[in-house]
Design a protein. Structure first.
Length: 175
């Protein structure tokens, strides 16, 4: 009986290692692209959810007869949407055409950063991405003029979701 040692030859091992190296070189860029695509999808999903939430709040305002609280003919605290705290005014009781402006007297003509955070949290409600002004969450909120700008912080590309309180538009920009 002959005892045969079986195994791989050096050439076979070199070929397999070379093939694995080539696959790694091709796969890493595709993985990086997949990661950025995931970030972009997250931003687009959040922007779509924000736009839908704003439109739903506006629709509830319309259903309420163009006032937030039809029981007392009041334009504060939208009744029937979410947890009933979204303001539909500019803080002075002037009608904002039914677009969310904050909570507890939010100022639609010049919202604060906190108004923008409050709008985000109350429009998106459960399981919403996190937002703050500290640049330590999913989105960083700022409020130039009559807009709320939510900058995505997780990929370093400065993609944004912009909500315009004057006309209810939501714009998502991927960078």
């Amino acid at each position: 009986m002959k005892n045969r040692n079986s195994g791989f030859t050096l050439i076979e091992l070199v070929v397999v290692i070379s093939i694995l190296g080539i696959l790694a070189v091709l796969a890493i860029p595709r993985f990086m692209e997949a990661q950025q695509n995931a970030h972009n999808s997250t931003i687009q999903g959040s922007g779509g959810a924000m736009a839908s939430g704003v439109m739903l709040a506006h629709a509830q305002w319309v259903v309420n007869g163009g006032v937030a609280n039809p029981a007392n003919n009041n334009n504060d605290d939208l009744v029937g949407f979410g947890n009933n705290v979204i303001d539909m005014t500019n803080g002075n009781g002037v009608n904002q055409a039914g677009w969310p402006a904050g909570i507890d007297g939010g100022n639609g003509s010049n919202p604060s950063n906190q108004d923008c955070i409050d709008i985000w949290q109350n429009i998106l409600q459960a399981s919403a991405p996190t937002v703050s002004t500290a640049n330590t969450t999913d989105y960083d909120a700022t409020s130039p003029g009559t807009t709320c700008i939510y900058r995505y912080t997780q990929d370093g590309n400065n993609s944004t979701i912009t909500y315009n309180l004057a006309d209810g538009s939501v714009l998502t920009v991927l960078n």
